[in-house]
Write a protein that binds this ligand. Structure first.
Ligand code: UDP
Length: 330
């Protein structure tokens, strides 16, 4: 019988791509999501697959894994914890849920991993480095996070999540993996989640000016989703339990990024400047030496290629989606 993997946040951007990958690799996938920021649209193509099941559930509450659709007992071999609001706009709107899914949710899932003897990988983030004073960011850097600022709800939940995960690893011997994920993009991002790439592409498609926050000199480094999924896959099956950065080191300023999107989309609109949100990191670039060494992994897809694929996805969305403000909460 195939191995079963539980993926939380499965109806989200990264979660749904992970469902695709693990089904392709022959796993039985139990997908969990409370659909607060995720969407069934992202996994509807999987609902008829006999090796896939969807369980609507908020993992901040006790997590139970029922008997498989196709077989016996409630076994689980692997857990990927990807449930969390992940865009600054989302976690500003639902701060308590963000804190709970990173803390209580992680605790519940680690308890499940311990009970089932499963290996668990958590989705941590470059936000654990806050507004970093070390550049590029290596795993040894402890970060520069404002715990009581607006982003603190996400950053501290994720830092707690790492601490809890290491504690279960050290004190209960649970097999754990920690991925520190840097900015990732690709098809199935939500057009209105507030992140810079869907924001710019959405603006271009609606014929609006592109809103650069601050002077646009802040930097980010964007990784295409297929590369990230490959990194997660390799990390899960490695024997490395300490945190590993996963991202694309190709760094760019937000102003340059806006110019790239203008070129890509051919929009005639211009760039306008808006105030920089509080505690917005000034620079971000992963040092991926560790991933190269222990996982033999590095991104392969250039920004040019990845942006083209992503733009094609957004361009094909039904016209009304472009104008929908789709927040289901707050
Ligand atoms: N940003 C921007 N215009 C937008 C949305 C975001 O200039 O319409 C900037 C934001 O201030 C940040 C960068 O783009 O410096 C990346 O923001 P995002 O929300 O994608 O994620 P972050 O990397 O900050 O978590």
């Amino acid at each position: 019988m195939s191995k079963r993997i539980l993926i939380t946040g499965a109806a989200g951007f990264l979660g749904s791509h992970l469902c695709d990958r693990f089904l392709k690799e022959g796993f039985y996938v139990t997908a969990m999501d409370n659909l607060i920021t995720g969407s069934l649209k992202n996994i509807e193509h999987l609902l008829q697959n006999e090796n896939f099941e969807f369980i609507p559930h908020d993992v901040s509450k006790f997590v139970e894994v029922p008997h498989r659709k196709t077989g016996h007992n409630g076994d689980v071999h692997y857990i990927l914890h990807f449930a969390s609001p992940a865009s600054p706009i989302d976690y500003l709107k639902i701060p308590i849920q963000t804190l709970k899914v990173g803390s209580l949710g992680t605790h519940n899932l680690l308890g499940l991993a311990k009970a089932k003897g499963a290996r668990m990988l958590i989705a941590s983030t470059s936000e654990v480095y806050g507004d970093p004073l070390v550049h590029p960011q290596t795993e040894e850097y402890w970060g520069n996070v404002n715990p009581v600022g607006p982003r603190g709800v996400y950053d501290e939940a994720k830092r707690f999540q790492e601490a809890m995960t290491m504690a279960y690893h050290r004190y209960h011997g649970v097999e754990t993996r920690i991925a520190r994920i840097f900015n990732t993009y690709g098809p199935r991002m939500r057009l209105n989640d507030g992140r810079v790439l869907p924001a710019f592409i959405g603006q271009a498609l609606r014929g609006e000016d592109l809103t650069v926050f601050g002077d646009g000199k802040q930097t980010r480094s964007f990784c295409f989703v297929d590369d990230l999924v490959e990194g997660i896959y390799k990390l899960l099956f490695s024997d490395y339990a300490e945190p590993v950065n996963l991202g694309n080191p190709d760094e760019i300023t937000i102003l340059e990024f806006a110019e790239e999107i203008i070129k890509l989309t051919g929009t005639k609109q211009k760039i306008i400047f808006k105030p920089l949100p509080q505690d917005d990191p000034k620079q971000r670039q992963p040092d991926i030496s560790l991933a190269k060494k222990v996982l033999r992994w590095e991104p392969k897809i250039s920004r040019q290629e990845g942006l083209k694929i992503t733009y094609d996805f957004f361009r094909k969305l039904p016209h009304e989606e472009l104008f929908k403000s789709e927040h289901r909460f707050g």
